[in-house]
Ligand binder design. Structure first.
Ligand code: PGA
Length: 256
């Protein structure tokens, strides 16, 4: 029993001040009511909401994360935000290598690894996202693609204590489609083997691997029950307090 379930909300580019604060307060209140104190909660709002959401979460058990960072601590990088700045603001986590960044901003495994390494260096925990496209899945390459992404995107300083992996099939994100439970478990188990090869068995056994991609109250129970699924990275359904908390409530066990 070493892996605590993590229920993480990725708000993406959503929310103005008022909505963001209301959502954060709602999640904080519901999380407080829960008897299931072992399950961890995280919300990752856009940069513009980090300060106000931090205030809204004050005194609650819900953690704060950002959705991306640069790898440098400071400097001439117009439009970027550094991991040191995120740490300074009060973030505990940062997501790196989300498929929307890999696609829309041409982020490579090498860049993702640099960002993750710098974030860990700054004292943040990282959620490193991986996942195959539909064409890769159709070609039977899911495990090869995910293995290559783990080998290339997970930095040398990653440990089970500072790193979480999120398996998010690109074709499942925001589409309402998901792989079958068996497929998810197969990929998660394969990911754990690759982590073992890269970071050793102890880290692999303790590292959390989240599933992401159209997770919702109706499929959360089955997905979260899988032996190698240690939580969820939730996009659309994290924008509604009731859906986000229903996913947490569907979690059958608190640790694996
Ligand atoms: P979704 O997004 O839950 O809306 O599919 C998940 C993600 O992209 O992290």
């Amino acid at each position: 029993m070493v892996r605590k379930t993590l229920i993480a909300g990725n708000w993406k580019m959503n929310g103005l001040q008022e909505d963001g604060v209301a959502l954060a307060k709602g999640v904080a209140l519901e999380a407080k009511k829960r008897a299931r104190k072992d399950c961890e909660f995280l919300v990752c709002p856009p940069f513009t909401l980090l300060t106000s959401v931090k205030k809204a979460l004050k005194g609650s058990r819900v953690m704060l994360g950002a959705q991306d960072c640069h790898y440098a601590a400071s400097g001439a990088h117009t439009g970027d935000v550094s991991p040191v700045m995120l740490k300074d603001l009060g973030c505990q986590y940062v997501i790196v290598g989300h498929s929307e960044r890999r696609t829309n901003h041409y982020e490579t495994n090498e860049l993702v690894a640099k960002k993750a390494s710098a974030a860990i260096e700054a004292g943040l925990k990282v959620i490193i996202c991986i996942g195959e496209t539909e064409a890769e899945r159709d070609a039977g390459k899911t495990i090869d693609v995910c293995s290559a992404q783990i080998m290339g995107s997970v930095p040398e300083n990653a440990t089970a204590a500072n790193t979480v992996i999120a398996y998010e099939p690109v074709w499942a994100i925001g589409t309402g489609r998901t792989p079958t439970a068996n497929e998810v478990e197969d990929v998660h188990a394969a990911i754990r083997k690759v982590i073992s090869k890269k970071l050793g068995r102890a880290n692999a056994n303790k590292m959390r691997i989240l599933y992401g991609g159209s997770m919702k109250p109706s499929n959360a129970k089955e997905l979260l029950a899988l032996p190698d699924v240690d939580g969820g990275l939730i996009g659309g359904a994290s924008l509604k307090v009731a859906d986000f908390m229903a996913i947490a409530a569907a979690c059958p066990t608190l640790t694996k």
